[in-house]
Design a protein around this ligand. Structure first.
Ligand code: G6P
Length: 752
């Protein structure tokens, strides 16, 4: 609209200049024509009376001269006339002659070529003279007979008729010019608009990734494609070359997203404050794959992490808005704690998220429970978080990272409030097939909520495909299977696989004692002999982790290799989790009983084959165990990624140790040098345990080296960097598409 207005103003200005110029030319030309015409008439009139005048002057018959002048002045165009003698004094004047303005003396000066020229060298003089009553045209014509000057006649012509004609001619010409100019403006405007419409439509199509085969667009399209290719190459070079570090991630954020603050929305906070029984406050780093992955990203980029304030001392350690700077002692970003009522926590977290969605998404044979009451709390809490984010953001296009299955509705709620935001949603757990997701009575709402995102990320391509399949089956949405995008309500959401990872270099490894020292301290702690072997597992006490299957595989190992009795110990670190849920309580009891049974069966004296630590273990300690253990067994029955596997690899900078990995984890797609097993298959798993314990050191080194190189390269900074680069590319495309549709609208006259 503004563009059209500017164009119109420019046209009007050009038109005015054109008309003014035409007016000046016309005025000058017509006036010249009329003056010439008047002068000619004067000469003609005088030539008729000349003979008689000369005769009268010679006879000095002044009366007759007067009569002749009066006759001349009868012409409708001649206002007055005068005759001046050779002595430059008046001989006769008609009535109304302006004697003072056009005196004989004065006029003599005009007809004389110079002050000393003799009378017979007089020349005719004519010009327009301004008098009090208006402009008149004056002709002074000498009467020369031979070389004798008899005097000169002055004729004063009326110019008002010329002015009148001039005006009507000007009016006519002005009208013609104006009509022509308006016509030219309209035609030009129309042509430009049609051209622009065509161009912007083509560019718009192009910006949406559709081609155009029209030949006139080919050079432009080629340039644009080259530009996009170059940018994509630069980006992929940027993404692929070299190792990713916190500094590089920070630079990427600055370069691609102008240093936007990161806004993370995740249920679990990276630092909990709990009150101990003695009244003191402890800071806990919770056991959560999500937290281990995202926390280093936040340290690198800074920003605000919105989370449920779940610690018993969380309120007293935060400010009035629930904010606290973390990590303790380093303070590089903020946590904003969102307070939930006990009912909300129960319905949203324990109920809908962990009794409904968690078992629904993991094929771990635990029936999901969906209650309408829980769903209401889930909706309320998603809204509560979306509102909290809106209060905190300081621009209308922030970059928001929504995390996990606790917040399937938040992306849509945020999109409604912040239409220009870049919302990256990452689903940390598997996304099941369409049949299975439809078990949830609100599966359409979940899908629609997630499609409020700019990008929805999963760990694997399979989960992306499942998600696209579900959107296709249950929603009114258009799918671009090749470009992995879903369009709904005029907005497009990209669906991408971003396999998550851990920090590398890893601060827990860097601050840990040497491997030998770790082994010595752990062996001493567990009372193991020097030549004993140690296996380990680290998990939240969760039924998806296959802890029971793992312990049964250890039991089977002892049956297969009785020589290991007394010489092999399995340490299970099991962090209590979601303890208010029945299924988790049962699991806790089952694991305890199973470990006790195996220990009773094979244990002797002080030695126990299974050491079960059912308590939270801080990361520094977990890494000490990793560095001491001969093998680590990750036996998840179904897992989005599983970062324990990657952590074990990161911890083994001595390139020793064997990873046994369930093939039902996302990590199994990357860590192909691990011993991969079906954890349900107890025979196969116990054989893998045995193979690990007997694996030569060189083979351990070879496998570990390859896996370490992979985790180093595909670390969490690269994970975040890829998402941010994709987000920035998307932002650019959206800005371009917005710009083009805006110009298209204004080219259409602002319709719509
Ligand atoms: C999984 C989920 C995370 C969650 C973690 C710990 O890794 O994907 O979102 O934080 O489990 O579970 P919790 O319920 O204790 O947060």
């Amino acid at each position: 609209m503004r563009g059209n207005f500017r164009f119109l103003v420019a046209w009007l200005a050009a038109l005015t200049i054109l008309v003014l110029a035409a007016w000046l030319v016309v005025t000058k030309t017509t006036r010249g024509w009329f003056e010439k015409d008047v002068a000619l008439r004067a000469e003609l009139a005088l030539s008729g009376a000349r003979r008689a005048l000369v005769a009268d002057l010679r006879r000095a018959d002044m009366r007759s001269v007067q009569d002749l002048l009066t006759d001349l002045a009868r012409d409708e165009r001649i206002l007055a006339a005068a005759m001046c003698g050779s002595t430059e004094s008046p001989v006769a004047v008609t009535s109304g002659y302006p004697s003072s303005a056009l005196s004989c003396d004065e006029m003599a000066r005009r007809i004389r070529p110079s002050a000393t020229s003799p009378a017979h060298s007089w020349r005719t003089w004519r010009d327009t003279v301004a008098l009090a009553g208006g402009d008149v045209h004056v002709s002074a014509i000498p009467l020369i007979e031979g070389d004798q000057a008899l005097g000169f006649v002055i004729l004063v012509h009326d110019l008002s008729f010329a002015a009148r004609r001039e005006q009507s001619t000007q009016r006519f010409l002005f009208a013609v010019f104006a009509i022509l100019a308006v016509l030219a403006a309209v035609i030009t405007l129309f042509t430009v608009r049609m051209l622009w419409r065509g161009w912007s439509h083509t560019l718009h199509q192009l910006s949406l990734g559709h081609g155009d085969s029209r030949p006139e667009f080919q050079p432009l399209l080629k340039d644009l494609r080259d530009l996009l290719d170059r940018l994509a190459k630069e980006e992929s070079a940027e993404l692929n070359g070299g190792l990713w570090s916190p500094q590089r991630l920070k630079l990427t954020l600055q370069r691609h997203l102008h240093g936007e603050r990161m806004i993370v929305v995740a249920n679990r906070e990276p630092y909990l404050h709990n009150r101990r029984p003695d009244g003191s406050i402890e800071v806990v780093h919770p056991a959560s794959g999500l937290v281990s992955a995202l926390e280093p990203v936040m340290r690198a980029c800074s920003g605000v992490w919105f989370a449920h304030g779940a610690g018993s001392a969380d309120r007293e350690t935060a400010d009035a808005q629930g904010r606290i700077r973390v990590p303790p002692g380093e303070e590089s970003y903020w946590i904003r704690r969102v307070w939930l009522t006990p009912e909300q926590e129960h319905g949203y977290y324990y109920g809908f998220s962990n009794e409904g969605l968690w078992p629904l998404c993991h094929v771990a044979h635990n029936r999901p429970l969906f209650r309408a009451e829980d769903w209401r709390h889930y909706q309320d809490v998603n809204l509560k978080f979306a509102d909290a984010v809106c209060q905190e953001v300081d621009s209308d296009d922030p970059v928001i990272l929504v995390q996990d299955y606790h917040f399937a509705l938040a992306p849509r709620l945020l999109r409604e409030r912040l239409p220009r935001a870049t919302i990256l949603t990452f689903w940390h757990i598997p996304w099941p097939n369409a049949e299975q997701i439809s078990i949830c009575p609100w599966h359409k709402e979940l899908l629609d909520g997630l499609l409020g995102s700019s990008i929805v990320g999963f760990h694997t391509r399979l989960h992306c495909n499942n998600f696209m399949e579900a959107a296709d089956r249950f929603l009114e949405a258009r799918l671009d299977r090749e470009g992995l995008a879903i369009s709904r309500n005029e907005r497009s959401t990209l669906v991408r696989a971003y396999p998550i990872s851990i920090e590398w270099p890893n601060r827990w490894v860097e601050s840990a004692p040497a491997s030998d020292a770790c082994r010595a301290s752990v062996f001493a702690e567990l009372g193991l002999k020097e030549d004993a072997k140690l296996g380990m597992g680290v998990d939240r006490l969760d039924y998806t982790k296959g802890i029971e299957e793992r312990l049964r595989a250890v039991e089977r190992l002892f049956e297969r290799e009785p020589a290991l009795v007394g010489r092999f110990t399995f340490l299970q670190l099991a962090s209590p989790s979601r303890t208010l849920i029945d299924r988790y309580q049962r699991l806790n009891d089952d694991v305890e009983q199973l470990a006790a049974r195996i220990n009773a069966r094979f244990g002797a004296d002080l030695w126990r084959p299974i050491v079960l630590k059912r308590e939270h273990t801080e990361p520094a300690d977990v890494f000490r165990y990793y560095r001491a253990a001969d093998l680590c067994y990750v036996s998840s029955l179904h897992d989005g990624m599983n970062l324990v596997a990657k952590e074990y690899v990161a911890a083994r900078d001595d390139e020793q140790g064997v990873l046994i990995l369930s093939k039902f984890t996302g990590a199994a797609q990357e860590l192909t040098e691990a011993l991969q097993v079906n954890p349900y298959d107890i025979e196969e798993s116990s054989a893998a345990l045995s193979a690990a314990l007997h694996m030569p050191r060189d083979e351990q080194r070879a496998r570990m080296r390859v896996m370490r190189a992979l985790v180093a390269e595909f670390n969490v900074y690269r994970w975040a960097g890829r998402m941010l680069i994709d987000a920035s590319r998307l932002r650019q495309r959206e800005q371009l598409a917005g710009l083009l549709s805006k110009t298209r609208l204004s080219a259409m006259g602002g319709r719509g």
